[in-house]
Each structure stands twice: as C-alpha cells, then as structure tokens.
Design a protein around this ligand. Structure first.
Ligand SMILES: [Zn+2]
Length: 425
C-alpha cells in the first residue's frame, strides 16, 4: 500500500482539539501520524501549504438513486460528486426502487459501493416496508448488512404508533431513527413555503407548522422510548427551538441542516425556477436566520446536503409538476464558508466539526477523526481560493442546482479516501 504525506497544512481535528500547521502521514489506508516535519521516507507528498487539512467530511443525507433510478444518479456517479465536494463518506437514503427495506437491498448497495464508489457508502435503511409507513421493515437484518440508521426519508412516518415501535426497535439495534418531518395533512399539495411569497406567486404553500408538529411529536416519542432521534433537513425556526429544548432535557435528539436552508429564503426563488424546489421548502428570512443561530448554538449538530438528483426532463416542467430536490454535494463547502465562516458566524473549526464529528457522533461510523490508526480519510480545502460552480461540469448525472454559476471563496481541493487521493481540484 502506498504512503501519502500531506505537508504543511493547517490540520484541524475537532475530535482531538488539534489545530496547528502540521504534516499528516497516511499508510496502509490509515492515519499513521500527525506531527511536525514528518520525513517523506518514500511517501508520495501533497503540499497543503495555505490549506486546511481535516478529517474526511461525512454527508449523512444523500440520494444516490440506485437501484431503480439510474438515469438520475448511480452509486458510482453520486460517489464521484461526493469526492468532488470534499466528502469521503456518504449515507444514501432508502427511497430507491426497490426501497432499501431489507437486507438484500442493503447488501446490494454495500456491494455496488465497494466495487464502484470512490468514497465510503453507509446506507440508511427504511423504517417501514416500502416506506409505506405501516409495517416495520427488516431493521435488525438491515443493521447486520450494514445499515447505519433508519429513515423513510422522502416520506414522514405519519402514524405515531408505528414511529414509537420503530424507535423502540432501533434503540434495541443501537441505531438512530431519522425522520423527514412533515405532516402530510398540513403540507398537502404545497409547492413552496406558505407565506407572502407563495401568495405573490400563486403557488400552494407548505406551512412551517407541517414540520413543527412532527418534530414535537417525535421528541415526545423519543422521551418515551429513550431512542436516539434525528431530525433530517431542519428548516423551520420553532423546530430548531424544540430540538434545543430536547437537548436541554438530556434527550438523544439531534438535527441536521442543509446548506440551501441557511443560504436561501423563499424570496430568493426566481419565477418558475424549479431548481429552487425542494422539501422542506426554502423558508422565510427569519427561518434562515434561525438555522444559522441553531448552528451557532449547537442545537444543530451536522450539515448534510440532501443531494437529490433529478434528470433534466423531470425538472424542465412547470414548477407545480416538478419533483422536489436539488443537487448538494459539490457546493456544500463553498456555501458553508460563504454563509457561516466568512461572515464570522462560526469558526472554520466549528465548520469542520459540523461535517465530521457532528455526523459521526450521530451515526457511530468510526470516522471523522485524524487520530493515529483511524481510517485514512482526509478532506483538504481552501478558505480563500475563488472558483465558480459550473453544474454542466458536475460529476453528478443530474444538473438541478440553484447555485450554478455562483462564485465561491474557498472550496474543496483534494479528497482522500482510505489513504488514496480520489479527487483533486
Ligand atoms: Zn427528506
């Protein structure tokens, strides 16, 4: 196995509190050491002067569309997009066809990933059979096959009794339950956030309360069951307050936010542009501020992209007819720097935490650190190099991004998985 020495970068490892210019040596796919003036000794060297060297970034919420929707994305292309975004580990949601609700599908994904993905893939299994919200999926056997959490993402678990059982079962399996929080009766038929902007555009609204009531219900169930519970793509201000409240009560409740939910508001949606259509929808400016505050306060534990590729023909329809979801992997670091770090809301160390120890603590992936002996996953990024996102050059199979043409200050420079450089700018 070749050796790789990353020289002179600012090495940030939130798990150990390390933050200093240093060298990182990777050997046999693992971190062999972090220190001053490590000698190359035959290792390939990477000059990281002026760059940040961090543990490999983890995106705990992506859609890879395989099996079933390979025209939109495959495990191979999604993994390439992840690498190009600086991610070394990704967690695909189970809303494929067939749904990942049993060990056969989980094993299929794990096996395809082993053969075709340039990054680590940790699948998330379904909560219920077919994600229909009624009967529990084969949770224990999916867990054995490699599922790291359960979620019916794309759909909420509407039946509270089913959710309670799922939490009890997940707890006994040692994995968290991730819910896509949306009361379908409240959001029914909506296309964008309910408010002045939806009225102006004549589009049906998805109210914040459709998220809030579900988060409230789930927190109460998490208290009853003692389960680990995680809110996917939080977007509404009261939901953030409730997660904060749950944490203050000592509950194992966590949340993730997507870059688009702290970067864009409903008023930013250009007329009829379906690249701004996703669930939950872009919310009010007050909600956007609340997302940033949640990140700063620690109510929000992780940044996850909800990378949701859709092919051109699906997104080239009227706003009302388009599917929900946008790409996210390649722009996450750029947006996080732009919205959180450069304006001084959080430090770059905190940003690294949100992409590493944050998601790792939720999923127990045994990643997200540069401790000696840890997996040799490293994300190298710049905080000042300017670059412009061109979605037509995306490694993804799809092109649905509202950030096409946006210039960022800082972004991924190299992605290293198990000791090997899998992508570089
Ligand atoms: Zn979702």
């Amino acid at each position: 196995m070749p050796k790789l020495l990353i020289k002179n970068g600012r090495v940030i490892d939130p798990a150990s509190g390390h933050d200093a210019v240093a060298d990182v040596l990777l050997e046999d796919g693992l971190v062999a050491g972090v220190g001053q003036n490590i000698s190359a000794n035959g290792a390939e060297t990477f000059d990281a002067s002026g760059l940040i060297v961090a543990p490999g970034f983890i995106d705990m919420h992506v859609h890879l569309r395989e099996p079933g929707f390979e025209h939109a994305e495959t495990i191979e292309t999604g993994a390439r997009a992840a690498a190009a975004g600086g991610f070394t580990s990704i967690c695909p949601m189970p809303n494929t066809s067939p749904v990942n609700d049993n060990a056969t599908v989980t094993s299929y994904i794990v096996d395809r990933a082993r053969r075709y993905a340039v990054v680590n893939v940790f699948p998330i299994g379904a909560i219920t059979k077919g994600s229909q919200g009624e009967e529990l999926a084969a949770i224990a056997s999916m867990r054995k096959a490699g599922a790291v959490a359960i979620s019916d993402d794309g759909r909420p678990v509407m039946n509270a009794r089913v959710m309670r059982r799922a939490m009890e079962f997940a707890k006994s399996c040692g994995i968290p339950v991730i819910n896509h929080c949306e009361d379908l009766h409240l959001s029914a038929g909506g296309d964008m956030h309910e408010g002045l902007e939806s009225v102006k555009r004549g589009l049906r609204g998805i109210p914040s309360c459709s998220e809030d009531v579900m988060v409230a219900r789930d927190i109460l169930l998490a208290e009853v069951t003692g389960a680990r519970y995680h809110v996917a793509h939080i977007s509404a201000r009261h939901s953030v307050d409730m997660v904060q409240f749950a944490k203050s009560r000592g509950l194992a409740v966590t949340a993730e936010v997507t870059p688009h939910h702290f970067a864009l508001a409903d008023r930013d949606i250009p007329p009829y542009d379906s690249n701004y259509k996703m669930k939950p929808p872009l919310r009010s400016c007050g909600d956007v501020d609340a997302m940033v505050r949640g990140v700063v306060s620690g109510a929000i534990d992780a940044i996850a992209t909800d990378h949701a590729p859709h092919p051109g023909d699906a997104k080239m329809q009227e706003f009302e007819k388009c599917p929900f979801g946008i790409l996210g992997l390649e722009t996450a670091i750029g947006i996080s720097l732009e919205q959180l770090v450069h304006p001084g809301k959080i430090s770059v160390v905190k940003m690294v935490e949100l992409f590493t120890t944050g998601p790792d603590r939720i999923l127990n992936l045994n990643r997200g650190t540069l401790a000696t002996g840890a997996a040799g996953d490293v994300t190298i990024f710049s905080t000042d190099r300017e670059w412009t996102y061109d979605v037509n050059k995306s490694a993804s199979k799809s092109r649905n991004s509202p950030f096409d043409g946006r210039t960022f200050r800082g972004g991924p420079i190299a992605t290293i998985v198990n000791g090997e450089i899998v992508w570089r700018a």
